[in-house]
Design a binder for this molecule. Sequence first.
Ligand code: P1T
Length: 380
Amino acid sequence: MVSDHFETRAIHVDQEPDAATGAIIPPIYQTATYAQEDVGITKGYDYSRTANPTRTALEQCLASLESGDHGLAFASGMGAITTVMFLFKSGDHVVVCDDAYGGTYRLFRRILESYGLEFTFVDMTDLAATERAIRPNTKMLWIETPTNPLLKVVNIAALAVLGKEQSALIVVDNTFASPYLQQPLALGADIVVHSTTKYLGGHSDVVGGAIITSNDKVFERLKFLQNAAGAVPGPFDCWLVLRGAKTLALRMDRHSENAIRVAHFLESHPRVTRVIYPGLESHPQHELARKQMRAFGGMVSFIPKGGAEQARKIARATRLFTLGESLGGVESLIEVPSAMTHLSVQGSPLEVDPALIRLSVGIEHHEDLLADLAQALDQE
Ligand code: P1T
């Protein structure tokens, strides 16, 4: 290991100067295939769906950042999630947290159910309810924490104990926290997934995904599936995520500082009904978040007075907070989940309140962010 320190590993793991040229940054190996010395004799690479040196550098770095043994990179977060789900077969049952990214819900409900997988959605902040949802054929607990978009905080260590009693795999989508703020493998999870599009990439300029695990057997199967199913990222996309990850620690600290200021501002605003942020003492799992996370991250959700119509007005009125899907970039974003990122859960039991606004608080100066929200909240 290069260092015990996260910040150092983000910059150095598998990113030493290029042996041939001294280039300080890993090259973008923009190649589909590799010359073989003789039939079947390679220098470790034979075809870029199977492996590519720029991707290897990213995979090793991500594994290190999650304190895991193995990393695998994908073309998107959904590509990573889909590949994890290939571990299961018809008749297998999965318990899923009842607040999750709309695309994850859509994959589980609208695609995988038709292949015979069974899903139960449950409020995972309720341990007893989660235990009751487990069946003899339960093969996995799918955890998001903090959840998207309600920012519920789920007790990973407690669920890991529950899952192990049943020999079910514990999978944590760590996208909202990032490995800097939360280390699910150390808390007992078997697999971590990411949309690297978000905080890991950090600049809203790349779509990507990742899986990290320390379970050798699970890794071997996932590596086979990565190649066999083929949802792999290109070398330039890997390079962008690798570059983004170098500043993850700095960015997450600033995202968290700005987000708590935004949350306090909204909480004291007369035109706001409810603010959800794990760093607020009013958050139902605030104490758990303090234990499980290094800081509380950059995502804040709130409900303005005036309902759905007012929420849309506010989302249209911000100038620095850009109206758009996604999160985790340096720039602030605002969205209305019920009509955007979570459209696919509307009409289901997981339906999101149409008055809910989700903010991805960026790393701009906090005074500008608060001024922008203040003028938007004043909309008549
Ligand atoms: O967009 P993609 O890289 O495929 O990642 C999917 C995904 C997986 N997990 C979580 C927790 C996510 O939030 C996402 C993507 N989410 C958004 C695009 C969004 O705005 O919420």
